[in-house]
Design a protein around this ligand. Structure first.
Ligand code: AMP
Length: 218
């Protein structure tokens, strides 16, 4: 997904991939962020397993490792039970106590539900912390690209993230346009934005097919 989106984003920007620095945000039920420098991924939020990194639908993302020890000591949970708790009962579902689906959390957020508000605070906080680190590592950034379920469709989540990054990155965003775009290749930043913001629907299958074709030597 990160490969497809960074390549496509460079193409849409009318730039040569090797001259671009792009941060790709794959925000779906599973979620990860990557820093792509000249087409090469130089950092990613993904760890040994998909559990690491930013908060996800039901996965906790990065947490203090002592949490696992504490939970095991306090509750007697087995490794398998901890695995299930961190992978299937945490993240948006765990923090909100409502759902792993951002649409349900968004509804609750606007109804003033405190845990839904906390969920979005934590979600956005984790993402902007990750992006901030990547910006330092890249030196400068040409574009931030959003993809996957939330990245392509949740105008509200995009708005929260972009607003949180505005001062740090010198962003200038067309929020009216952002509010209308779902699942389309569109630049939602304005001309004067120091970093462009793009929505680029992902196509992991195409990358897999191309890689398979290449590896099999056709
Ligand atoms: P994915 O794993 O990429 O299929 O993403 C699935 C997640 O994307 C769902 O759990 C929702 O949280 C979110 N999502 C999908 N469609 C929408 C939508 N129209 N508006 C807001 N969020 C959406």
């Amino acid at each position: 997904s990160h490969q497809y989106v960074s390549e496509r984003c460079a193409e849409l920007m009318g730039k040569d991939l090797k001259d671009t620095k792009i941060i790709t945000c794959h925000l779906g039920n599973g979620a990860s962020i990557s820093a792509v420098d000249g087409g090469k991924c130089i950092n990613t939020s993904m760890g040994l397993t998909p559990l690491g990194g930013i908060m996800m639908g039901t996965r906790c993302g990065d947490i203090d490792p002592a949490v696992a020890v504490y939970m095991a000591r306090q509750t007697g949970m087995t490794p398998d039970e901890l695995d299930t708790a961190f992978n299937k009962k945490s993240g948006m579902l765990g923090v909100s106590g409502i759902s792993s689906d951002s649409r349900d959390i968004e509804d609750a957020y606007f109804a003033g539900n405190e845990r839904a508000i906390l969920t979005m605070d934590v979600y956005v906080n984790r993402i902007i912390n990750m992006i901030g680190g990547y910006v330092m590592q890249l030196g400068h950034v040409d574009a931030i690209a959003f993809t996957a379920g939330l990245g392509e469709n949740s105008t509200f989540t995009r708005e929260l993230i972009l607003k949180a990054l505005t001062e740090g990155l010198g962003l200038s965003i067309d929020y009216e346009l952002n509010g209308k775009i779902r699942g389309k290749e569109v630049c939602i930043s304005k001309e004067d934005s120091k970093v462009q913001a793009w929505i680029v629907p992902t196509n992991e299958e195409l990358v897999i097919a191309r890689d398979t074709y290449r590896i099999l030597g056709f």
